[in-house]
Write a protein that binds this ligand. Sequence first.
Ligand code: PEP
Ligand code: MG
Length: 325
Amino acid sequence: MRELEEAHQHEPAVTKDGRHIDVVCNIAKPSDASKVLQHGGEGAGLLRTEFLFESAPEEPSVEQQIEALKAIVKELGSRQLVVRTADIGGDKPVSWMNMPHEDNPFLGVRGLRLSFKHPAMFERQLEAIYRTAAWQVAEQGKTGLHIMFPMVAKMSEWSKASQLAEQVRQRLDAPVLPLGIMVEVPSAALVADTLAKHVDFFSIGSNDLTQYTLAMDRLNPALCCEADSYHPGLLRLISMTVKAAAANGKWVGVCGNMAADPNIACLLVGLGVEELSVSPANVAAVKSIIRSVDYSKLQIKAEKALQMCSSEAVMAMYQSHQDLV
Ligand code: PEP
Ligand code: MG
């Protein structure tokens, strides 16, 4: 089975009735970039940039950041590369930043909130991204770079971050890049109709969205169970986000771990998600299941899932695909 899936991993993921789903990859360091293409990924839907900060004894210079980004861009060419600005804090501490102790770091100063506390560092990261884009356009004529902000909970955070990015871009006379946000805080999904008027795209961070929706620490092994990704409350937040995006002509991807499970990938596609970002090793299986099903049937099944009252009931419904082919 695995061999059969891998034999077709470089072919696009198109459902039997013709809906194309972008299957891209999550990467976390420059050496991951070659795995994207080897495994049939169509780009990178999430570059976790924390590696730049975690592994260094101090903040890396703009030049060092550009060097790391260029190494990835050289592998991916002009394919999509969604660079998430530093999501430090929570489960991703950085020792040299001397971050103050917090009783609840997942509910504390993390992601974009931390970037706002260190605006010069945030600006330097944005500068590195825009200068890499300018270099790529000069060298190759186009760029697939996108910028994505993590942990956005409210409109004012998006406004502040996107304005700062635009100031940096104008100062450098760099190309315009699509700007989007992670939807991983329930409040962002709940106001997605407002946010969708302004952002270029949404990417659902289901690891955190599940944690914050179900009030369950993502690192606590006593809490998480397989059925959680099927919770109708989580699915409704995803559906709201997709509908808000569609009404405003914007696209939605999912970059959390749930996208890598072929059963859940079917559910997400049925909800209207257009891009699945998974680890390179999962590309073949996700593409394979998408090719075996009908999008129109996925939509009907997802509508039923949204009306169900338990995660277990939804999970049971997705264990078989006989009704989708
Ligand atoms: C997520 O929260 O789903 C996500 C992709 O981001 P991270 O796992 O890096 O927090
Ligand atoms: Mg997250």
